[in-house]
Design a protein around this ligand. Structure first.
Ligand SMILES: Cc1ncc(COP(=O)(O)OP(=O)(O)O)c(N)n1
Ligand code: 3NM
Ligand code: MG
Length: 551
């Protein structure tokens, strides 16, 4: 079984940005329907509609029930798709009266009228992905299957909603049979939680990851291309572990278990996020990873929210709108361009030149370092922590991210922006679990396999070296340009080159022209020198010349 923790918040958020291809085009007021138009206005209206067709918005149709509390159902689906940059149309199968306490009533929409809604949307709008939620009767499932046969879409995501988070039944046994017999064979993915998986398989008991794998395999045999069994309800784990099965391989997806009462609508949201990512063109594994990351981040940011008086509250799908980085115009906590000039400290070198860590960091920032790492191999923990706290202040006030080498404990204690780890340090997924989704994690990689693992583990960037021989790190293999190129080409993450880089050779590294090679990380060329600020400034101007000559 492969183990795939989630990609980092920044990587996931980057995917949430609507691409240029997803830019909505609005009708001008003069072309609004029902307004009589001159021929030139008509021509303009036609061209607006035609160009909108050329540039479609990723489109998810949700077929689900309305939740009056807006935490789950249709309302959650629309919010989730909007947050991920997909348009979401809706076919309502039932109207529920519910709140944070439970479900007080269900009013099913007549099957014929569900069919009418489906025809309205599918016959007119270019729907990419259909996502299903509450399907209250076998008749509704049949009507949906007929509509999908008549109007095929690119993908079908089936969230087999049977019981609400409050424990109320939302669809009965005859519906289950129709799911199994008719809908699953049309589905690209089915996303049951352990309770739903158990019900689908005749109330089998599911207690372990191995049980979840067996359940995924059994559901797979009913016809879907992928099965995601969600383990959020499983006890005894600090991680939320889901199992994805594609008919051949089981992939264990780890996420953080966020302690909060606000979990109402997580299943609907996850399935809608998968649908939105598929509509944007993602592969299934990426769609599921991005969806999990979104739900995890939303729960994390909403964990203390109080809406309603019951035991299960809704969460905020649009948490990003409130983040300071969003308000400053950027959705990302980590900007890969920050890797441009990466200053990595060395206490031995700074001591030799009579400088404190704090003065060394100040000077590097003054010279234009864009990110700093404290790599203090010999410092006592207490002394290191004090210096790190002072550096955090300096870096915060300059807007330069500060990472700690190896020491997750120190990073947590000083509230650094992140941690850099190597292949023999704590695994990146464990670092992510400890630091949470909002911090930056860098991983040293020398091979494509390590780069792939770093991405799976939720790293934000890769440090690749030694590009040249170095005396700063003992017994460090030299990869040369070819090694660096191989890792960069294999990496889905931004890369910073390291090892023996200085003002004399930095230009040649950047001249490799590798799109994800974002900069150079340097120790001795800055800190084993008398004038740190001047050396940094000089290196920066060399890198800048190279960057401008390439653009
Ligand atoms: C940016 C950057 N890249 C690579 C390393 C090396 O990390 P690691 O392999 O863990 O070795 P140590 O630095 O811990 O000796 C790095 N620190 N920074
Ligand atoms: C810390 C470190 N990591 C490396 C790697 O190859 O992963 S090379 C290295 C030392 C870099 O120091 P200098 O800039 O003085 O050569
Ligand atoms: Mg290390």
């Amino acid at each position: 079984m492969t183990s795939v923790p989630l990609p980092p918040l920044s990587a996931a958020l980057a995917q949430y940005r609507p691409s240029a291809a997803a830019t909505l085009r609005f009708r001008t007021p003069s072309s609004a329907p029902g307004v009589s138009a001159s021929s030139s206005t008509r021509a303009r209206r036609f061209s607006v509609i035609a160009s909108a067709r050329e540039m479609p918005w990723p489109h998810v149709l949700t077929v689900a029930g309305s939740d009056s509390s807006a935490g789950a159902g249709i309302q959650a689906d629309i919010k989730a798709c909007a947050a991920l940059g997909a348009y979401c149309s809706s076919v309502i199968t039932a109207v529920t009266a519910q709140n944070t306490v439970g479900v007080q009533g269900i009013h099913a929409v007549p099957e014929k009228f569900v069919g009418e809604q489906l025809r309205s949307v599918l016959s007119d709008m270019s729907v990419d992905v259909v996502k299903t939620g509450m399907l209250p009767s076998a008749g509704v499932v049949k009507v949906l299957c007929e509509s999908l046969r008549k109007f095929p879409v690119k993908a079908l995501v089936v969230d087999p909603v049977m019981v609400s988070t409050s424990g109320d039944t939302l669809s009965g046994p005859s519906t289950l049979a129709t799911y199994r017999d008719e809908l699953f064979s049309m589905a690209d993915i089915v996303t049951p939680n352990v309770k739903e998986a158990s019900k689908l398989l005749g109330d089998v008991s599911l207690h372990t990851i191995s049980d979840m794998c067996n359940a995924a395999e059994s559901i797979y045999k009913l016809g879907p291309k992928y099965v995601l069994v969600k383990g959020g309800d499983m006890p005894d784990s600090s991680d939320a572990i889901d199992v994805l099965f594609d008919g051949k391989e089981f992939t264990e997806l780890r996420g953080l278990r966020i302690k909060t009462r606000n979990t109402h609508g997580t299943g609907c949201t996850l399935a809608s996020c998968i649908a939105a990512e598929l509509a944007k063109g993602a592969t299934m594994l990426h769609a599921v990873q991005a969806a999990k990351k979104f739900v995890e981040s939303a729960l994390y940011h909403s964990k203390d929210l109080v809406i309603g008086n019951g035991p299960q509250g809704p969460f905020d799908h649009h948490f990003e709108l409130k983040s300071p980085s969003y308000k400053m115009g950027s959705l990302q906590k980590f900007n890969p361009d920050d890797l441009f000039l990466y200053a990595v400290t060395d206490s031995g070198m700074n001591k030799k030149w009579g400088r404190s860590i704090k003065d060394a960091v100040k000077a590097a920032i003054e010279g234009g370092a864009t990110i700093v790492q404290l790599r203090e191999k010999d410092a006592e923990t207490r002394e290191f922590l004090e210096a790190a706290k002072a550096c955090v202040e300096i870096c915060k006030s300059s807007g330069v991210p500060l990472l700690i080498n190896d020491r997750v404990d120190v990073a947590l204690a000083c509230d650094a922006d992140g941690v850099h780890v190597g292949q023999s340090d704590m695994p990146a997924w464990e670092v992510r679990r400890l630091l949470g989704p909002g911090k930056i994690i860098g991983v040293s990689c020398k091979t494509p396999a390590q780069a792939e693992q770093a991405w799976k583990d939720g790293a934000d960037y890769i440090g690749c070296g030694g590009v040249f021989p170095t005396t700063t790190k003992a017994n460090n293999p030299t990869l040369g340009f070819e090694g660096l190129r191989t890792v960069c080409l294999a990496s889905k993450l931004p890369v910073v080159a390291i090892g023996g880089i200085n003002a004399g050779n930095a230009g040649s590294v950047m001249e490799l022209g590798l799109p994800n090679l974002k900069g150079v990380a340097v120790v001795s060329a800055l800190f084993d020198r008398e004038r740190v600020a001047a050396e940094t400034r000089n290196l920066r101007s060399i890198l800048m010349k190279n960057a401008y000559s390439r653009s």
